[in-house]
Design a protein. Structure first.
Length: 584
């Protein structure tokens, strides 16, 4: 049963005498940059009709800020190019530049998710193409315009399973790096008596569920990456908040529905040989023993052996046909290039390489842009089985019948209608901590510290209170969620903004902004110094500073698709342009 905790307000961050926001007519400078290729925006197809689908698509934020580098933002255009824009030290908007292009493995089609980007550390980024592929990228210093390079790419949830990235963190576990990712998609489990109306109006009885996959990728000593574990968390409802703990020993969730780990899939170690992702038309085939690896592929008809040159090294191989490269790549492990042989039989060209370290089986053969398929050596498998016969039994052990134990029911089951904050542990996959939020209205989430999970803002009376989850104490099992800021009267203000699409705030919480679907931006700032004498008419109290509201019309007919707030600037993205408001 999870340990119960509670939120404790910091009374010094509240103001019972708050006088409200005064409308300011002072102009806010707005910079604008247009671009040729539109932002990549997908819509749900006819099978993605549930409320969960429409929420994920309509509220997807296509503008990504860099918490480690202020005033730099990124977006992905319709050509799958990641584009970078920033405000320079002279407070001028620089021209948008390309940083990296997502390889197109699957043609964009209805049913895919929007592309997504997340910065896992100061020099690591994680990208999803929305069609099932996950890319781990090395960005170097993002303060400079440096092209990114791929460290690893994989269809981590299976072939062509689309998803979006919710959060990602890179942990340096010397000598290796470990990347944790939270990947979300909506799963359809329709039954005969279900209807679209039920799924649109009733989350509890909907046959759609939100699925959160916690993926762990590990960098091996050889420099290659492999999938270590997959944890699956499911729930029939909206997931307001999902974030990884600072040390990635837990994940934090906020929802009014019950989300629990699917124990059947928990910490399932993946093995590339046991669970390959077969391709319908491989470019080459390969087969291995404990001593060697051979691979083969077809060459054009009429090719002679003298036309083909094979150039192997310990780490790489290059094959040319009449001077044109037809195969190249980096070996999974080193080979002995002097013992490499090759042969041409009709159109089949076969190459055999000797492993430098004999006695091991390779997880993969070569890193290349071509698709390969491993052919298992049946004689070698039979020999291994024969050597292990004495460890096996032909009699299957029958397990006892499962019995419902009421003691295994969790406390969260008793609060079906109340929103709560949960912590799920990495090792046990159990809910270890819980904070009941009750009926307090969810407002938004915001990043305050790059090294910590995002803070979240919920309504308290008329205010919006910002809470920062901290790592639980291992000694007394307490889980602190600190009240670090308050947006005065914002709970009351946002209730009337029926057209709002994005709510954003900078790390220093100096202002808060609502961006609506009509291209209006509302800024709310407090602590603005008063020039001259100003008194409250009712109390007679002299005011040295006031809170102000600014309303900015971007004068655009293009759809608003993203927003991000830094301490000095408010960035708003439409499908065809980027607008930057100079707030302070």
């Amino acid at each position: 049963m999870p340990t119960a905790n509670e939120l404790r307000l910091n009374r010094s961050l509240l103001d019972k005498d708050f006088d409200g926001y005064k409308l300011s007519l002072s102009p806010i400078p707005v910079y604008k940059e247009e671009f040729e290729n539109e932002v990549d925006v997908l819509r749900p197809n006819e099978d993605q009709y549930s409320f969960l689908h429409h929420r994920e698509f309509s509220l997807h934020n296509h503008l990504y800020g860099d918490l480690w580098n202020k005033d730099i933002v990124y977006f992905i255009d319709s050509k799958c190019k990641i584009r970078r824009s920033w405000m320079n030290e002279l407070e001028k908007l620089e021209k948008i530049v390309d940083i990296w292009e997502i390889p197109v493995k699957h043609a964009r089609k209805p049913g895919h998710f929007n592309t997504s980007l997340c910065f896992a550390s100061v020099d690591i980024a994680v990208v999803s193409d929305g069609a099932g592929s996950l890319y781990v990228l090395e960005t170097s210093s993002r303060a400079d315009v440096i092209p990114w390079k791929v460290l690893h790419n994989e269809e981590v949830l299976g072939e062509a399973v689309p998803f979006k990235i919710v959060d990602a963190r890179c942990i340096d576990e010397s000598p290796n790096r470990v990347v944790h990712c939270l990947l979300l998609y909506v799963d359809a489990q329709l039954e005969k008596n279900s209807s679209k109306i039920d799924d649109l109006n009733d989350n509890k009885n909907s046959k759609f569920e939100t699925v959160l996959n916690w993926i762990t990728l590990v960098e091996e000593i050889t420099g290659y990456w492999s999938k270590k574990s997959v944890k699956v968390i499911k729930g029939k409802g909206v997931l307001d908040y999902a974030a990884l703990e600072s040390d990635c020993n837990g994940v934090y969730l906020i929802s009014s529905s019950n989300f629990q780990s699917d124990k059947k899939d928990t910490i399932e170690k993946m093995d590339c040989e046991e669970d390959p992702l077969p391709e319908p038309t491989p470019d080459f085939f390969w087969q291995q023993t404990f001593e060697e690896v051979k691979f083969w592929f077809d060459v054009p008809e009429g090719s002679a052996k003298s036309d083909i040159k094979v150039m192997p090294t310990e780490q790489e191989i290059k094959i040319t046909l009449r001077g044109e490269i037809i195969f190249s790549g980096t070996f999974h492990l080193p080979i002995d290039p002097d013992l490499t042989t090759w042969n041409l039989n009709n159109q089949k060209f076969e190459v055999t390489v000797q492993k430098l370290a004999e006695g091991s089986m390779w997880e993969k053969f070569v890193v290349t842009n071509k698709v390969g398929k491993e052919i298992i050596d049946e004689e070698m498998v039979a020999d291994v089985h024969k050597k292990l016969e004495h460890l096996c039994s032909e009699n299957m052990e029958s397990g006892g019948s499962a019995v419902l134990n009421s003691g295994q029911l969790e406390e969260c089951d008793a609060f079906d209608e109340s929103r709560a904050l949960y912590r799920l542990d990495y090792e046990s996959c159990e809910l270890t901590h819980k904070v009941v939020l009750g009926s307090q209205q969810w407002l938004f989430k915001t990043h305050v510290y790059p090294e910590k999970p995002p803070a979240f803002c919920i309504r308290n009376d008329v205010d919006g209170c910002v809470w920062q989850p901290e790592t639980p104490s291992k000694d007394d099992k307490t889980w602190n969620c600190d009240h670090i800021g308050t947006f005065l009267a914002f709970g009351y203000i946002q209730a009337s903004k029926v057209n709002k699409k994005f709510t954003i705030a900078p790390p220093d919480m100096s202002y808060i902004s609502i961006v609506d679907v009509t291209g209006h931006v509302m800024l709310y700032r407090k602590g603005i110094a008063v020039i001259g004498q100003l008194r409250n008419r009712k109390t007679g109290r002299s005011l040295k500073e006031i809170a102000v509201q600014n309303l900015i019309n971007l004068q655009t007919n293009n759809e608003i698709v993203g927003a991000f707030a830094s301490e000095k600037y408010c960035f708003v993205l439409t499908k065809k342009s980027l607008h930057v408001l100079h707030v302070s």
